[in-house]
Structures are given as C-alpha cells and as structure tokens.
Design a protein around this ligand. Structure first.
Ligand SMILES: *[C@@H]1O[C@H](CO)[C@@H](O)[C@H](O)[C@H]1NC(C)=O
Ligand SMILES: *[C@@H]1O[C@H](CO)[C@@H](O)[C@H](O)[C@H]1NC(C)=O
Ligand SMILES: *[C@@H]1O[C@H](CO)[C@@H](O)[C@H](O)[C@H]1NC(C)=O
Ligand SMILES: *[C@@H]1O[C@H](CO)[C@@H](O)[C@H](O)[C@H]1NC(C)=O
Ligand SMILES: *[C@@H]1O[C@H](CO)[C@@H](O)[C@H](O)[C@H]1NC(C)=O
Length: 805
C-alpha cells in the first residue's frame, strides 16, 4: 500500500479495526474477538480478506461483525452479520461448539450463526472471502450461504436466499431493496415495505423462470471465478447475465452488490496498487432504468412519496422533491417529500386563482394515485378543474385530451422521456416564486414574457461588465473571508513527497523576466510575465507573480504543501510547474511557456479553429480534468475552468493552467476548505446555495466550455441581435430540443458534415450543466461519452429547479 496515499484516504473510509498482528489460518473452538479499535481480525491465508469487527464511520462506539477486502484502502465490506443491531464497544464474539455467538457487554445476544446440527471443531477465513465453520468433514455454516448485500466469485445463491440492500452507503441496517431467486426460477429485484417483510412486485426480472415448452427453469445464481454472473438452469444450461469480462481474475477483485439505491451492480477493482488511487468500477448493472420500472401500489416506489426519480448519467436513480415540496428528513435524499403549504377544503381567504398556481413538469408522472379521469378535456379545462378542486394535488395532461387528477401522497414518481411530452401540472401555493427565473425560464411562460425575462436575466448575467465585475469581486471576497476564517489549517501532511521543483530567489526571477517587462496576462491570482531561464538549457518560461492578498495569511508550510501538490502533477494536458520562489513577501510560480496563448483568444479571436482542432481540444481538457479529479495522488478541484485558463502549445494541444491554487480539496470534503472563486457564466449553482463544493463544479464549467468549443462563441453574448441566442446554454438546449442543431454550427461546413458528433457533444454538455450536481456525470464518464466509447443517454432539461421543463 502506498504510504503517501493512505493518510489522505483514511478519514473518508470506513476504517476498520486495524491490525498490526494478524491471525492467519484456522480458528479453533474457544477463540474469541472483542469489539474495539485494536482487535485483530482473522485474515485469510492470502491476506485478501479479513473477518472481524468493523467500526462504524458515523458512530465510533458501534461495530459490525464483518468480512472486508483487507488489501485495498477502502476496506469495502462484503459481508456483515448484525447490520440491524450493531455491536456496542466491548461486545464479544465467541466460537463455541454450537457455532458463533455475538453478545453485547451486558450479555445480550445480538447474533448467532444458526449452525446446522453438529459439533464445530474450527473455523476458516478462506481466500475467496468465505468464512466457514467446520465439524468433522462437513461445513456446518458459511458466510456465503448467509449473504448480506454482496456476492463474490465462487459464491452460489440457492433459491429463496435473498440479498438485502443496506439503508445507505454508511448505514448497514436492512434497506428497501432485495434480490432473490424465486421458487419459479426467476431472479428478481423488488422493494420491501419496511419495517415489515412485505415484498412488492419486482422491478426487475431476469426472465429465467422457464416455460413448459422450451427452456428449463432457473435453479441457482452463480458467480464464477472469472467474474461472470449466471443463472444455472435445472437442465444445467446457463443464462449468463453479465457481459464479457476482459480483466483477468488474477489481477482484479470482482463483487456484485445490491446497492442501497436498488441497482444490482457488478464491480471490479485492480488488486495491485499502481500508485494511483484505484477504485471500484461498475462493469454492469440492472435494471437499466430503475426509475421507469413498472409502478407498484401500496409502496412509494424507488424514491419516497411525492418524490421524483430521474436517472443520472451513471444509470443511478436520483431522487428529488418537486418545487414547493421539501424532504421530511433533509438528510435522506431518498425519503418522502411533503408540500411546504397546506391546501384545505374549508373557506379560503381568496379565490383559488389568487392562491394557487401550477408548476409544469414535462415527462414527469406519478402513475398511481389518480382519483378521476376527465376526457376529452383541453389543457385549460384540466388546469381549471384541478385548481378548483380542493382534493387535487396534481393533474396529468397527456395523450392530447386526457386529464388525470391525483391526490396525495403521490407514489412511484418518475421522469420518463417515454411519456412524449406529457405534462404534470403540480398545484402549488403562490408566493415565494422568484420574480424571474435567473437561468432557464420555464419554457412556456418564457415565450410570453420573453422580453422582460431576458432583460432581467441579462442584467443578472452581465448587463454591465463593470458592475458585474464588482459584484463578483465582492461575492468572492466575501466568501473568501468567511472561508478563510473557518478554514482549518491543512492537515499538514507528514509526507511531503519530494518533487524536482526548483526553488528560485527573487533576484533570479527579476533577471529572468527583465524586471517584469513583458506581461503575458492577468488572472485571478496575479500577473503573468514572460521570462527566459538558464536551467540545464535556455528555456522560455511564464512567471506568475501571486497577488499579495493571496499570499498573506498563508503560512509558509501551506504554500509549500500546495506547490508540492502542483509539482507532483504530470499530465500532457496540464501546464507544467517548473519551480517557485518563496522569498520574503514575494511568492512566484514558474511555469512552462506555451507559445499559442489561451483558448479564449484562439476561439473568440479572428479566425475560427477547425472543427477537428476543437474536438481535440475538448478531449484534451476532459482528460486533464479527469487526471486532476481522479488520477493524481491528491484530488484537485480546479474551480475556475474557462477558456482563459486553457493554454495551447505549439501543436495546439490544450493544457489546463491555474489549477491547485485554490485550496486543495481532498476527496469529498466540503467547501469549508476552499477559497471560493469561479467566473460568472461558468459557475455552478452550488457556489450560491451553500451546497458542498465537489468536482462536479468543474464538470459544470466544462459543460459550458464544451458548448463554447462546439459553437465557437462565448457563453454570454449581449451583442447578438437575436435575444434567444444571448445565453448559449439556453439556446443550445432549445436547439437540441427543437432538432435544429445545425443552427448552432451554421457556416461551419466541417461541423455540419459531422452533425452526429455535434449532437453528442451538445448532449454531453447538457448533462454537465445539470442544476443538480448528482445528475452531472463525472469526468471519466464525460471522457468516455465524448470519445464515443459509451452511449450518451438523453439528457433532461438543465433547469434551475429540478424537473421544470
Ligand atoms: C486448516 O484446516 C484445514 C481443513 O481442516 C486444513 O486442511 C489445513 O491444513 C489447516 N490449516 C492450518 C494452518 O492449520
Ligand atoms: C440506520 O437507519 C435506521 C433506519 O433509518 C436507524 O434506525 C438506525 O439508527 C441507523 N443506524 C445507524 C448506526 O445510524
Ligand atoms: C407452449 O406451446 C403451446 C402449444 O404449442 C402454446 O400454445 C403456448 O403458448 C406455449 N407456451 C409458451 C409459454 O410459449
Ligand atoms: C465463467 O463463465 C463464463 C461464461 O459462461 C465462461 O466463459 C468462463 O470460462 C467461466 N470461468 C470459469 C473459471 O469457470
Ligand atoms: C415553499 O417553497 C417555495 C419554492 O421552493 C418557496 O419559494 C416558498 O418560500 C416556500 N414556502 C414556505 C411557506 O416555506
């Protein structure tokens, strides 16, 4: 395990009780383990798996009896015994001749292994991840036959043995989903109505029930050593569920887990540490779209009541409340939503027209919960009828003349492009609606109020460049100060890896730049000058002189740490840092010099770069960002992706600059650790909403940049004579929906001849600029979609409030 990586990751991970000495091999009757941080797990002979007490991340006094991957830093759990009743510190596991017994310190039994009759002699943690209790020559109990949410290679599930999802990533109580091979031989996934055991109708079926004429029914679910999952049938034929696996079982771990969001997923993880942060990759999952699965009554569906399920680019369900509805438990995104108003059937203080209005949601439906169907009805009649009906919570208008009225609670909510533009008219209490939609005006009303909205939107987005600049500056400074105060010093890393950065004196750089004579550009962090250096050879460099405010308040050590992190990045799509100067009050950074300037001048300057050049640049930036987010040893969120920060070398390769200067964010940490910045027009909504800042802010900015690259124009263009084109993201989405993509690249013959790729790029961009960060794909998915390795799903509208179209 790379030592440098471990401390960084440790805080995030479910750190199990750590062992310095390990018991390997067989455990005999009488052996015991007790639940505390320093208890030593029982490790399989190869060291791949460990059995012992795993401390819960969010409650350090509770432990799970579990099996986990012992050699990878995540220590992913593959089995746990007592998810519903975690063991308090000091609980004891005893191997008795009747099997395992887990008792709390007070002597209360929390779990036992319900061993088959027979006397246990010993237990073995084997190299496949199975813990077995042996008696004589037979297996009396094994963890493989008592699974939690995961199956492993060489494990077989018999009929009736269920996998249960957990509650959430970190809560191991039984969740709302289960998978089982039914008695008829079909492998099914279904929701469970907790806390009862009632299982609803399946949302996925493997179709292996067999039929009397041709195929034989399923008999077992098997997972073989090469990573294939299949249902073996009674006549010994196989129905393989998973696609072809390319990685060898020697080099990869495989597991198939019923995730807490209800998706059954096959994952792989490289065994050897390559120095990079390796992670689990999803190779296959079912169902394809959990949101549009058949609705089931007497349950809320995949998401909570009154919630809407939409599929993100990683094929995961994302649940969200419609506007004017809020989560009952704000910490549980998958829970129920409640209206933030009450509608009553008593005398209201004013006519309904004055109290209620409709929120229009396209392609959204709650398929159950109707109490009336009205037809033939026009949309106006439908609205009118729901407005004056105090039972009506939402009306669905579809199929030209049908109006379904629905009451609360709404269930099985979904965003389903297959609904062909059907509308959900959600009745909400007036008031509180902002005077205009700052970003994507509701399209219907936009057509009527186009002018006024646009003027407002424009002044918000940059009507006066100067005013805007001040606004941004004030916002940034405000945030800057707040976060500076809150900021804890970086956990100064014990290991500052040596880099071959050169340390310059101030004098050397004054000479190199000829007393800062030739200015190359100005950015948020300071001014950049051209220079010439005598290193091992004479070379041109760009010297960035950091502005004072940035330097002050940063301790020496932090500066060095940050410079070190930047110095450790090596990627062809990143501008290379050569050295630095930390001399008194002077802090400067020395970068490689790139002869073709910034993407902004190339793209918006006189001559338009070719379509092919733009494609290559887009792919390059995507790769650079992917490296920053996932592949370098410390995750770096750029926070300010825009054409001014992309430089071009002599072959017009794109190189990202200015990364790593904002506080480094270690994976998943929230915004308390960053200096807020970002440039209007490219910034995601999280910045304004007190939401955690994650890599998804860069994905958003990349989306805007991708549109600029595709269309060769700026994201905001006040000069345009056509109002509807002023805001690129909006115009591009209109063109995409209206099937007029050619307008976006008019006069560009190469792009017009390659309209399928233009469409793909625009689709990817629309995914990236989704308002809800969890809907945005990560940069790996973005790269794969851009390169055409994977298909791009149809993107939803990137509207300001989820699901408003
Ligand atoms: C563990 O038990 C198995 C089966 O009883 C036996 O084959 C093996 O040699 C034992 N290993 C050790 C280390 O005692
Ligand atoms: C897990 O979730 C369940 C149900 O919401 C809750 O009762 C339980 O306390 C949670 N467990 C932990 C350890 O947070
Ligand atoms: C089985 O065969 C019969 C007669 O050929 C046919 O009517 C029936 O539909 C078949 N059943 C299935 C499930 O294919
Ligand atoms: C696993 O199953 C796949 C698909 O049937 C097969 O190609 C592969 O050889 C099997 N591997 C092993 C180790 O049995
Ligand atoms: C209800 O929600 C809307 C939209 O989310 C909000 O503008 C309004 O202020 C909320 N009303 C109350 C009473 O919280």
């Amino acid at each position: 395990m790379a030592l440098g990586i471990f401390p960084l990751i440790a805080f995030l991970l479910l750190l199990p009780v750590w062992a310095d000495a390990q018991t390997v091999g067989n455990v005999t009757v009488g052996a015991s383990l007790s639940a505390h941080e320093n208890s030593h797990p029982w490790v399989s002979p190869s060291g791949d798996f460990a059995f012992g007490f795993h401390q819960l991340r969010n409650n350090k006094n509770l432990f799970l009896l579990a099996i986990w991957y012992n050699k990878i830093p995540e220590n992913t759990l593959v089995w746990y015994a007592n998810g519903d009743s975690p063991a308090p510190r000091g609980s004891k596991l005893q191997l008795a001749d009747r099997g395992f017994v887990l008792n709390s310190p007070q002597g209360e039994q929390l779990w036992n292994s319900e061993t088959r009759s027979g006397v246990v002699d010993s237990g073995i943690m084997d190299d496949s991840g199975n813990f077995k209790l042996l008696g004589g020559s037979s297996i009396l109990w094994e963890s493989f036959k008592d699974p939690a949410d995961t199956v492993l290679p060489s494990q077989i599930l018999d009929k009736g043995v269920a996998l249960s999802s957990r509650q959430s990533e970190t809560n191991f109580s039984k969740g709302r989903f289960q998978m089982v091979l039914q008695s008829d031989g079909d492998l099914v996934l279904a929701t469970v109505n907790l806390p009862s055991k009632h299982v609803n109708d399946p949302y996925y079926k493997s179709g292996t029930a067999g039929d009397p004429n041709s195929s034989s029914p399923g008999f077992q679910l098997a997972f073989n050593e090469s990573g294939y999952l299949f249902v073996s049938r009674e006549n010994e034929e196989r129905s393989v569920l998973t696609p072809t696996i390319t990685g060898s079982a020697k080099d990869f771990y495989y597991r198939a887990t019923l995730d807490f969001d209800g998706v059954f997923t096959l994952y792989s993880h490289p065994k050897a540490s390559t120095g990079k942060i390796a992670s689990w990759t999803a190779l296959w999952s079912e169902p394809d779209n959990i949101c549009t699965a058949a609705p089931v009554g007497a349950s809320s569906g995949v998401c909570g009541f009154n919630s809407i399920c939409s599929l993100n680019a990683e094929k995961r369900p994302s649940c969200g409340c419609p506007r004017s509805y809020t989560l009952i438990d704000p910490s549980n995104q998958y829970g129920n939503c409640k209206p933030n108003f009450t509608q009553n059937c008593e005398q209201e203080p004013a006519p309904a027209e004055d109290l209620y209005e409709f929120e229009e949601l396209t392609n959204v439906d709650w398929p159950l919960a109707d109490y009336a169907l009205l037809e033939p009805f026009t949309e106006d009649q439908c609205r009118e009828s729901c407005l004056h009906d105090c039972m009506c919570a939402v009306a669905i208008f579809r199929l030209g003349d049908k109006c379904w009225k629905k009451k609360l609670p709404l269930s099985n909510g979904r965003l389903d492009p297959g609904l062909d533009g059907g509308k959900a008219l959600l009745k909400v209490r007036k008031g509180g609606r902002p005077p205009f939609c700052p970003y994507f005006p509701n399209q219907e009303t936009q057509k009527n109020k186009n002018k006024e909205t646009l003027t407002l939107a424009l002044s918000a987005l940059g009507g006066s460049v100067f005013l805007n600049f001040i606004l941004i500056a004030v916002t940034c400074l405000g945030f800057y100060c707040i976060y500076q105060k809150k900021q804890k010093p970086l956990p100064v890393n014990e290991v500052i890896v040596e880099t071959n950065l050169r340390s310059f004196t101030y004098k050397e750089l004054v000479d190199a730049t000829n007393e800062f004579k030739e200015e190359l550009g100005r950015g948020a962090f300071g001014i950049v000058y051209k220079g010439t250096l005598q290193m091992s050879y004479v070379t041109e460099v760009a010297v960035k002189r950091l502005i004072n405010t940035l330097v002050q308040g940063h301790h020496d050590k932090e500066f060095k740490t940050e410079v070190n992190v930047i110095g450790q990045t090596h990627h062809r799509n990143l501008v290379r840092l050569l050295g630095f100067c930390d001399d008194g009050d002077n802090r400067l950074l020395v970068y490689e010099y790139l002869s073709n300037g910034s993407l902004a001048s190339f793209l918006f300057g006189g001559s338009r770069p070719s379509w092919n050049q733009r494609i290559q640049i887009a792919l390059g930036i995507a790769r650079g960002l992917l490296y920053l987010h996932e592949e370098c040893s410390t995750q770096i969120i750029h926070c300010d992706i825009k054409p001014q920060n992309i430089l071009l070398d002599e072959h017009y390769n794109a190189k990202i600059s200015d990364f790593g200067l904002a506080k480094l964010l270690v994976m998943n940490q929230s915004h308390t650790n960053t200096v807020i910045r970002g440039t209007k027009g490219y910034v995601a909504a999280e910045w304004f909403r007190n939401l955690p800042i994650t890599v998804k802010v860069d994905v958003y900015s990349f989306g805007v940049l991708l549109l600029e690259l595709t269309c060769c124009r700026r994201s905001v263009d006040m000069e345009s004579d056509m109002e509807e084109r002023a805001i690129l993201t909006e115009w591009a989405y209109d063109c995409y929906c209206g099937g007029t993509l050619d307008v976006l690249v008019e006069n560009d013959i190469d792009a017009l001849n390659d309209i399928a790729k233009v469409e793909r790029f625009v689709q990817v961009a629309i995914w990236c600029i989704q308002e809800d960060p969890s809907l945005r794909p990560n940069m790996r998915a973005v790269s794969q979609m851009l390169e055409g390795v994977v298909e791009v799903p149809i993107p939803p509208c990137p509207c300001p409030y989820a699901f408003t179209a």
